[in-house]
Design a protein around this ligand. Structure first.
Ligand SMILES: [Ca+2]
Ligand SMILES: [Ca+2]
Ligand SMILES: [Ca+2]
Length: 263
C-alpha cells in the first residue's frame, strides 16, 4: 500500500537522522563524537588535561606488539594506496610506490620513525621503535634527509619530498600530512610514559633535542593538528592497526580536540 510505503520511508529517514545525531557529546561543547566513545574511550570521556592523558595512557597501553620484521608487512596494509593495491603511499613524498620496493637501496622505501628513534634512544627493539602508529613508508633518500630532526616550519624544499622543507635543525612535512605527523608524535607522548623499560617521551618547544626523549616544536604541532584534520586515509590506517595488528587506537585521530585539552 502506498501509504504504508510512505510511512516506512519516513520512519527510515527519521532513523537515519537519529543515527547521525545520536552519538554527539553534550550540546554546547566543541567535543567531536567518535564511534568508539561508548566502548574504547569509555574511561576517558568527560576528562581533561592530565586526567585525560592518564586515562588515555591506560587505554592505549593495552596492545599487541609487532616485531620490527613484522612492520614491513603491516605497513603494506596500513599505508596501501587506495587507488593501487600493489603500492603504498610515501608519507612525506606523497607518491605511490610498489610494495615490493621495500629495502635500503636508493629508490626503495623503508620504515620511517616519525618519532625519531634516537630521541629517547629506543632503537628497533619491540616497543616504541616498532609501534605502527608512528611508522610510515618513506623514500630511503628523503627519510635520510629528515634524519632525526625536530619538526618546525621553514627551510628549502626537499628533493622528491612532495613539498616538504628542511633546514639545519628542523623538518617541515608537506601540508597534507602536517596534522598526521602532529597526531603521531602526540600519540607517542601519551603511550610512552616511562613506566616500562623505555623513556618517557614528551613533546617540547625546541628544535635541538638531540637524543633527549623529546620532540619539538609543540606549538607548531598543535597548529598543524588544527590546520590538517584527519582524513579517510589516516582514519583507515588507525582502523587497520586497531582491528588487525596492535588492537589499540590513536586517540587524537578519533578526537583531535583532545590535543588542546592535554597541551
Ligand atoms: Ca629550523
Ligand atoms: Ca592529513
Ligand atoms: Ca610521555
Amino acid at each position: 500500500m502506498p501509504g504504508t510505503r510512505i510511512r516506512t520511508l519516513a520512519l527510515a529517514a527519521a532513523a537515519a537522522l537519529a543515527a547521525v545525531t545520536l552519538p554527539t557529546a553534550t550540546a554546547g561543547t566543541a567535543t567531536a563524537a567518535s564511534a568508539y566513545d561508548d566502548t574504547y574511550y569509555q574511561d576517558a570521556l568527560g576528562k581533561s588535561g592530565t586526567e585525560l592523558k592518564s586515562a588515555l595512557h591506560t587505554i592505549i597501553s593495552d596492545q599487541t606488539k609487532v616485531s620490527y620484521d613484522g612492520v614491513w608487512d603491516a605497513l603494506k596494509s596500513t599505508d596501501e594506496d587506495p587507488a593501487n593495491s600493489s603500492n603504498v603511499i610515501l608519507l612525506y613524498s606523497g607518491t605511490s610506490r610498489a610494495k615490493s620496493a621495500n629495502g635500503g637501496d636508493t629508490g626503495d622505501w623503508n620504515r620511517e620513525h616519525v618519532w625519531a628513534k634516537s630521541h629517547g634512544d629506543f632503537g628497533t627493539a619491540t616497543g616504541p621503535g616498532t609501534d605502527l602508529h608512528h611508522l610510515r613508508p618513506e623514500d630511503v633518500t628523503v627519510n635520510s634527509v629528515r634524519g632525526n630532526k625536530d619538526f618546525d616550519e621553514g627551510g628549502t624544499e626537499v628533493a622528491n619530498g612532495g613539498g616538504s622543507r628542511t633546514d639545519s635543525d628542523s623538518f617541515e612535512p608537506r601540508d597534507a600530512v602536517k596534522g598526521d605527523v602532529a597526531r603521531m608524535i602526540l600519540y607517542m607522548a601519551v603511550r610512552y610514559e616511562g613506566d616500562d623499560s623505555f623513556a618517557d617521551l614528551e613533546p617540547n618547544d625546541s628544535v635541538d633535542n638531540g637524543s633527549a626523549p623529546n620532540i619539538g616544536k609543540l606549538s607548531v604541532l598543535k597548529k598543524w593538528n588544527d590546520e590538517d584534520p584527519p582524513d579517510a586515509f589516516e582514519e583507515n590506517r588507525n582502523e587497520v592497526i586497531y582491528t588487525t595488528y596492535q588492537h589499540n587506537r590513536n586517540p587524537f585521530i578519533d578526537h583531535p580536540e583532545w590535543v588542546d585539552s592535554i597541551w
